[in-house]
Design a protein around this ligand. Sequence first.
Ligand SMILES: [Zn+2]
Length: 304
Amino acid sequence: MDGLWAVRQCYGRAEGDTFREDPCWEEGVPRLEGLFGELGVPAAFFIVGRDLEVDRKRRQARKLVHRGHEIGNHSYSHRLGLTGEPAGLILDEIRRTDRSLRQLGAEPAGFRSPGYDVDGRILRALRRTGYIYDASLLPTYLGPLLRLASSYVAGEWLFWRRQFGRISYGRAPRVPYFPRRHKIRKEAPREEAPDLVEIPVGVTPGLHLPLTGGLLLTMTESRRRDLFRRLARRGRPVLLLLHAIDGVDCRQPIVLDTRRPRLGGFAMSGGKKEARLRSILSEFSRHFAIQPAGEYARRMLTEE
Ligand SMILES: [Zn+2]
């Protein structure tokens, strides 16, 4: 549930007034929630703590909690490069949001790090907070390429940012697993009692591109069908990642004011996005039994 200010920040743009007047919350979140309700798809909503400083967003978040949606923690300030920060700051980013979410009645048990930037220290902070899962790791070798693409779209050199993970994460499991304490991309040895689940972001077979709304919205329907069929044939769980911006009308350039090619449906109308998301979610639920990330993690831990 990145606000528009956080999305703009990812492309090196100033937030302007998008923190208070935020179409991601005003339009994107209701559209996504509406579709989830219509299609009977349960989802986990990962909230950035800073957004809860805005009354309207806080009221909206409280409603999500009361309607029974699973709520996750997406850090306090959506600072990119969290793994480069001191342990105290990491813990603070997690705990501040945890406290705000609990004040709304939520019981967060999982975390997504901004920009897919995660390591063993973040997992340690999660364990100390009592969380049972992390859903940040992107199991792909394409991290540097994605940073290049993002720099190109932004028209600015963002390559050295800690974003999209490390190359070695391409070797991490692509299904939920119990990570080793000091080597997140490896599975914990059997004798280590599991206490935390890593739910990696889904990737496409072959290229290992992240399975995000941005990718799925811009694929043709037949390619998307083919992709879901290929994923389903593997018979393994897949984490599908949508962002609030995926539900926002972006015909006006609200994310980027450059003439660069718009990736991820940044130039698509709200109606078109809604129709495509409906088709994405219904097609996906034909192949997969959908459940929120935390529910899945809890089941893994109790079955162990
Ligand atoms: Zn984010």
